[in-house]
Design a protein around this ligand. Sequence first.
Ligand SMILES: *[C@@H]1O[C@H](CO)[C@@H](O)[C@H](O)[C@H]1NC(C)=O
Ligand SMILES: *[C@@H]1O[C@H](CO)[C@@H](O)[C@H](O)[C@H]1NC(C)=O
Ligand SMILES: *[C@@H]1O[C@H](CO)[C@@H](O)[C@H](O)[C@H]1NC(C)=O
Length: 379
Amino acid sequence: MKARGYLLFTIVVCLSSYDVCWAGSSWFHFGDWGPSHWVREICHWLGWCSQVCYDDLGCFENTLECHKPFFPPMPPDEILTTFNMISNDDRQFSPPIMRSEVERVFDFGFNDSIGVVMIFHGWGESHLKKWVSDLSNALLNRTNTNIIVVDWYEGSDELNYLKAVQNTRVVGREVALFIKSLSEQSSISLSRFHLIGHSLGAHVAGYTGAYLSGIGRITDYISFICTALDAAGPAFEGTGPECRLDESDALFVDAIHTDAPPNGEGVGISQRIGHCDFYPNGGHDQPSCHFWQLTCNHARSYEYFIESLVFPGCSFTSILCPNETSFSEGTCPSCDENEGGCPSMGYYASENQANGKFYLRTHRKRPFCVKRHQSLKKT
Ligand SMILES: *[C@@H]1O[C@H](CO)[C@@H](O)[C@H](O)[C@H]1NC(C)=O
Ligand SMILES: *[C@@H]1O[C@H](CO)[C@@H](O)[C@H](O)[C@H]1NC(C)=O
Ligand SMILES: *[C@@H]1O[C@H](CO)[C@@H](O)[C@H](O)[C@H]1NC(C)=O
């Protein structure tokens, strides 16, 4: 009975406000399968609600084609975004920290005289993925920085990929508010925040940067959004910057494309999305990845990034080039002709502040990086 009361109430609110469906968590909470959930979805599906509003996160509209797909973003108290510090001493995760308890980072060794790296996982993942700890260890070994891993498992672990896509906007804003508060409490400027995202995580980072301008750097290991969405109807390839990570989201945005779909395969995005876009081995079909190893190309992006920190004698020097054909034919302009020179893909890419599409080859096996001054000829 009580539940039905809520249901009626919700529909009335949906109708009376025309296109605003108030689904704020403070009004009702039935979990993922409760009536509020269904009302919200049905309301969206019927096209009655063009936005949902979640308290201090504000409203999320679905007026753009890329934000339409049926499901509204989940409320923050169902996504349960947490922030997980990794301590330099024991390399263990802190207990999960909620957005409202920013000051707790100081209990876990947060140092306010150095920068901050935040790591974002992708679809169906959590902060416990192995690549997250590999990356964190590599960063702690080589750099002096605070590391905070964003976990949005409950929002990313949706069988329906499009639902997870919708949730990226909510998580992005939550992280933005967390960073704003952390920056105020620690006086670390926004430009000293570096967000690193894999797959959908890169778009979460993008939405963070779009909501809070001035973030120092966003690194994207291969974007997973858009091209994989063909089944959703409208083509997402070539979507506008409001739909994805783009260069306006941070002072410097670098992307590593390892699984672009030149022939309709691959789950990555091929178009440029940053200041500096790297296309190792053409940006698709990484060497020694076989077609039956489904995530091999996709995973190579973070393996390259981690290697850029692990092997000091090795690098991923790249060259500015208009396209892959020109790269294979060896007709790219030389490093001196380009203002940004030949940046090294990976952690140190920001040193050149280069702008454009950059090509390089890698070894077939670990280490994939190339000894300095050793160039790899086309095989
Ligand atoms: C914080 O980092 C600075 C700069 O590396 C270092 O000098 C200082 O000792 C660190 N503080 C703590 C409490 O670890
Ligand atoms: C980090 O350093 C430790 C200790 O030297 C080493 O065991 C570990 O393999 C390193 N990890 C990475 C990812 O570089
Ligand atoms: C690659 O770039 C070169 C130089 O700008 C251009 O002449 C050529 O048509 C391009 N090739 C493709 C396949 O786009």
